[in-house]
Design a protein. Structure first.
Length: 238
């Protein structure tokens, strides 16, 4: 059973075509490098309020993207590849459940083919986004491992929280931003707010100013080796 913040690897597969029909795309260079370059171009466009590359796709604009590859992109692509190869290898060694999709991903990263089927194009496109999210979580938690011990009681409780960071998990179906806090015992607590909530900007301003006291039910979750609580049905105590 997936928890709400785990990478939903299967969600990266392009299911818009029948499963018995797959299109092959040939790239002139490593598709992950092209993806990391496009990731940078899109990020720069958003930061400058430009629409230059926002509608570009990995397969349709590959040749134009190749001409914009920098050494920075090559270093970033190697970091993404190395991180996920290590992550999947360690999961395999621990005996974690390994879906066919994870197995295929591990094989792709190991072989780095320049030909991709349509079901893998979306995966390669999203890897830089998942990498950014994973790096942010490591910073939020102060490492890649966090165990909380026995779960708290499920009764509603009042807790005081300190804001750490806002994150976007990169899942294409996600409708929420993640707001990460810590409580007085340094436990990480996740509050989610809809991306299109009309008062979200006001909320973001208010949590910067100090402590936040909320009334909530806490549900224990795990993402890889990180344990935390998700605040459910929470309300702010004023």
């Amino acid at each position: 059973m997936r928890n709400m913040t785990a990478i939903a690897w299967e969600d990266l597969v392009d299911n818009s075509e029948p499963k018995d029909i797959e299109v092959c795309y040939n790239f002139t260079t490593d598709p992950l490098l092209i993806s990391c370059t496009l990731y940078r171009l899109i990020k720069e466009s958003r930061e400058s309020d430009s629409i230059s590359y926002l509608n570009w796709s990995l397969n349709e604009h590959a040749n134009q993207i190749v001409n914009k590859i920098t050494d920075q992109d090559r270093v970033f692509a190697e970091s993404v590849k190395s991180y996920y190869m290590s992550k999947l290898l360690m999961a395999k060694l621990r005996g974690d459940d390994f879906t066919k999709f994870k197995t295929d991903l591990m094989q792709y990263l190991h072989n780095s083919p320049n030909t991709l089927t349509s079901r893998f194009v979306g995966m390669v496109y999203k890897l830089p986004y998942f990498y950014e999210y994973d790096m942010q979580l490591i910073e939020i938690f102060g490492g890649e491992h966090k165990d909380l011990g026995p779960a708290r009681q499920r009764d509603r409780e009042d807790i005081t929280l300190t804001f750490i960071a806002k994150a976007d998990n990169g899942q294409k179906r996600s409708r929420h931003y993640e707001y990460w806090f810590k409580d007085d015992s340094d436990t990480r607590i996740l509050l989610e707010v809809e991306k299109h909530n009309p008062v979200r900007n006001l909320w973001e301003h208010s949590i910067q100013s100090g402590k936040l006291n909320v009334s909530t039910f806490l549900e224990k979750k795990r993402r890889d080796n990180l344990e935390f609580y998700v605040a459910k049905a929470w309300t702010i105590n004023i």
